[in-house]
Design a protein around this ligand. Structure first.
Ligand code: BDP
Length: 676
């Protein structure tokens, strides 16, 4: 994406001297399989095919049952040939992309067996049928809506045939490019529409729209990606002509059975449903006095004959709370709703949980259900779309944060591997039904993600799903090398340095130490220190003249800390052993509290905000040095974004620091506050 991102040009260049053949000795099933291989990975890449495998430089060897995972592959050197071996076509495809990556980067052939850490590696689009995207920051939806001026003629829309009243965009060029990008980093599942399912979105599951969904699913299928749809729990009432959506009502069950039958008759490999129920005003089983397992399992039953999945979100909380009732801690909501249901969910139902207890903030501790649940399929959810992370204007490499969450130690002694990513499989009903999901971040904007540097998050998310242990630094090295292929080392390292530190930088000028939600309400860009403080969403910081932060201790606070393993609870209960990065999420801390490094809380707040801003000033200077060394339009786009980021960081720095100065009365020890 962008000009130089794993696109056709790059593929052709990297593979110019290679020819491909299928090893006839190992391809069972003869021509049929060969044809399938050809259509799946060779035809669409238009690679030079060699019929004589002896003469080919790359040999694709499909051997069913060779490896434990059907998506795994191995590269090996045989004389002058590279052999890619895998059980399946998809495995060969992943091997092909690995080879391509290594070629472009000029690294030595990696001959280890490579197999994904997580079986489900998913992107959830919050696209709506009118073409808008909830929390989308990169133009209109690539799936829905009419082509319009937002669209860039350079990268899409060549083959759009749009009829009035049609909700699909039909931009095959754009979708194919996207699907290829996703496949190249191992994504294998995509949900198309917003979890808040409104308007025609509710009807996507009906025959009227299934051909449109199938057009997209067919493109994705060629790249090993299954298509999912978000559904509205109240569909039986809203579009089924029923007077109830109660999951135990046979008419409701019949409705969903019919929906599944219709879908699978058009899309035989449909992935399944994504459901947001009883959350932020969306309907759900509670309305009928049923619990979430009853709701989810009913859908699981309907889709089971076709091998589909139900992905049920654990983002359930009371969004109508009275801010004066501050004893109800929103951080406890998912745990309270779902911990009692452990073991109640069907084999084809997966609980999808946001990585932290609240909502995709710059820093949160892990959602305590990870490790607590022992008999439930689970997925960890992230938000690539930078809702709370700078709207894809401010550069923010969130892979750093996701890596931390996946490798978070739950400290349950009885688990073989207590790190969150590994816990998913160990505690699943069916280890094939676990994984990661993330809200997508692409749209019709020129560089797909508004700020071109935000592409690193999409690339990195996929790579991290594939290998939970690959460090964000290694992933970023790859991304820079693959994206700015034609730039010199110095340019690449300048870009690397900016992106590498950007997640911390953003956090530092915005909401350090886990405080969260000092952001402009609803819009979620820019500071508003008390924007959510006296509102109903349960997202408070409790700043007063003595200190700031939420007391979630067992001794004096909400008791949230007690939801972790004994070891983690006792670490977090004690202010001195709580990690600084989330200290204000877990404790109400006095301004004069001194951290291990000898600095007070108030001085730490000032310093971090000043440092965050100073980093952005440096980014602006560093970025100027890559002018003329990279594609001009990419350069200009990032420059524009940085200009806005600098203004944003200044607002954050000065509003937050001034607020805390006025609250605490403690001056900055370096006299930098301008509004004292
Ligand atoms: C919140 C978003 C909202 C989403 C919700 C969710 O502000 O737009 O609908 O998450 O995850 O962070 O369902």
């Amino acid at each position: 994406m962008g000009k130089a991102w794993l696109n056709n040009r790059l593929i052709h260049k990297a593979m110019a001297n290679d020819s491909f053949a299928f090893s006839p000795a190992t391809v069972a099933g003869g021509d049929a399989v060969r044809l399938q291989l050809e259509s799946d990975i060779v035809n669409w890449l238009k690679l030079p095919l060699e019929l004589d495998p002896e003469k080919a430089t790359v040999v694709l060897q499909k051997q069913a049952g060779k490896f434990d995972s059907d998506e795994a592959f191995q590269l090996s050197q045989k004389g002058s040939q590279v052999v890619i071996t895998a059980n399946t076509t998809n495995g060969l495809m992943y091997g092909f992309y690995e080879l391509l990556r290594e070629k472009v980067m000029g690294t030595k052939l990696n001959t280890d067996l490579q197999s994904p850490s997580q079986p489900l590696r998913m992107i959830d689009h919050w696209d709506q049928t009118d073409g808008s995207i909830e929390r989308g920051y990169a133009g209109a939806s690539i799936f829905f809506g009419k082509p319009d001026k937002l669209d860039n003629p350079d990268v899409g829309n060549f083959d759009v045939k749009h009829i009035d009243g049609d909700i699909f965009r039909h931009d095959r060029t754009r979708m194919i490019t996207y699907a290829r990008m996703l496949a190249s980093v191992g994504i294998n599942a995509v949900s198309l529409n917003n979890v808040n399912v409104r308007e025609q979105g509710i009807e996507l599951i009906t025959p009227k729209y299934l051909d449109g969904v199938d057009e997209i699913a067919t493109i994705f299928r060629g790249f090993g990606i299954k298509t999912y749809l978000a559904i509205n729990w109240a569909a039986p009432k809203l579009i089924g002509g029923l007077d109830t959506s109660d999951p135990v009502d046979p008419k409701v069950q019949e409705f969903w059975a019919k929906v599944c039958k219709n879908i699978y008759s058009v899309i035989p490999d449909f992935g399944g449903f994504l459901v947001k129920a009883d959350s932020e005003g969306e309907p759900g089983p509670y309305q009928y006095g049923r619990d979430h397992a009853q709701g989810a399992n009913m859908l699981g039953q309907a889709i089971k004959p076709y091998g589909g999945l139900v992905i049920w979100r654990a983002f359930v909380y009371n969004a109508h709370q009275d801010w004066r009732d501050r004893k109800t801690d929103r951080a406890k909501a998912a745990y309270n709703n779902f911990a009692p249901l452990d073991g109640h969910f069907a084999d084809n139902v997966i609980l999808q949980m946001k990585f932290g207890p609240i909502d995709f903030q710059t820093a949160e501790p892990l959602q305590p259900l990870f490790g607590k649940l022992r008999n439930t399929n689970q997925m960890m959810e992230f938000e690539i779309s930078a809702e709370y992370l700078g709207h894809q204007i401010d550069v923010n490499y969130a892979v750093k944060q996701w890596y931390k969450m996946l490798n978070y130690d739950t400290k349950y002694d009885d688990l073989k591997d207590p790190h969150a990513g590994a816990v998913l499989k160990e505690t699943a009903v069916n280890p094939a039904h676990t994984g990661m999901a993330a809200v997508g971040n692409v749209g019709m904007s020129e560089h797909w993600t508004n700020n071109p540097l935000a592409q690193a998050n999409l690339y990195g998310y996929g790579r991290l799903c594939w290998n939970n242990q690959e460090t964000p630094e290694d992933i970023l090295h790859e991304w820079v090398a693959l994206t700015f292929t034609e730039s010199d080392n110095k340019t690449q390292s300048t870009i690397y340095k900016i992106v590498d530190t950007s997640n911390e930088t953003y956090r530092d000028y915005c909401a350090p130490l886990g405080v969260g939600f000092m952001v402009v309400p609803h819009y979620h860009y820019g500071p508003s220190v008390n924007g959510y403080e006296y509102d109903r969403w349960g997202t408070y910081h409790f700043a007063d003249r003595n200190g700031v932060g939420v007391d979630r201790t067992m001794a004096t606070g909400s008791g949230f800390i007690g939801m972790y393993s004994d070891k983690l609870s006792s670490e977090y209960e004690n202010l001195d052993t709580t990690p600084e990065s989330v200290v204000l999420f877990l404790h109400h801390v006095p301004y004069d509290h001194v951290f291990a490094n000898g600095k007070t809380l108030i001085q730490t707040i000032y310093d971090l905000h000043f440092q965050g801003y100073a980093n952005v000033e440096q980014y602006v200077k560093d970025w100027a040095t890559v002018s003329g060394k990279i594609d001009d339009r990419v350069f200009e786009s990032v420059s524009d974004c940085l200009k806005q980021q600098l203004a944003d960081a200044l607002e954050w720095r000065d509003q937050v620091n001034t607020y805390f100065y006025r609250m605490s009365g403690v001056p900055d020890d370096q006299g930098r506050l301008i509004y004292e």
